[in-house]
Design a protein around this ligand. Structure first.
Ligand SMILES: Nc1ncnc2c1ncn2[C@@H]1O[C@H](COP(=O)(O)OP(=O)(O)O)[C@@H](O)[C@H]1O
Ligand SMILES: [Mg+2]
Length: 153
């Protein structure tokens, strides 16, 4: 099955995969919109990957990409509702791990072209480059950005 390059359509592919593989929720966590909470979200995802036997080199990628999405949610994704948290969910679909980060607005994440900005603008390029696929979808309170990795090869 080919993965569509359009991230808005990638969800359809995900849904197809989910129909073939039952989805397990491995964990969910909410953190406030505070940069100092990125570390605990990162540790949360790392612990899940370790608990479920994801190989170390893949765990490092999971942790890095999750940390980029959570940072983006905090920096770019705040909504207008006070008290709304960033929500992190980790799923298993067969051999695929899905990490989904919910925030409070509907602005689309953008993948910067290589070299476009030196200091910043690398997070989504890392996600797009290292994940098997990624995408985003509208939610009731904003959107969810996700990536998928072959975590159990
Ligand atoms: N969760 C998000 N909500 C809204 N916009 C986002 C989100 N994540 C990324 N973006 C947009 O995509 C751009 C690229 O993200 P990224 O590659 O992580 O670079 P940076 O965060 O350093 O700007 C951001 O500058 C922002 O405009
Ligand atoms: Mg970023």
């Amino acid at each position: 099955m080919t993965i569509d390059a359009d991230p808005r359509k990638a969800l359809t592919v995900r849904q197809l995969l989910a129909a073939e593989n039952p989805i397990s929720v491995l964990g969910e966590k909410s953190i406030p919109y505070k940069p100092e909470c990125v570390a605990s979200a990162r540790g949360f995802v790392r612990d899940i990957a370790r608990d479920w036997g994801v190989p170390e080199e893949i765990r490092e990628v999971v942790e890095l990409l999750a940390s980029e999405l959570v940072t983006n949610a905090i920096v770019h994704g705040r909504g207008c509702r006070d008290g709304l948290a960033v929500h992190v969910a980790v799923y298993r679909e067969g051999r695929i791990m899905v990490v989904e980060v919910h925030d409070g607005n509907r602005d689309a994440p953008v993948v910067a072209a290589p070299g476009e900005r030196e200091e910043s603008g690398r997070g989504m390029a890392l996600v797009a480059g290292l994940a098997r696929s990624w995408g985003f979808r509208d939610t009731r309170l904003g959107k969810a950005v996700f990536f998928e990795l072959l975590a159990w090869p």
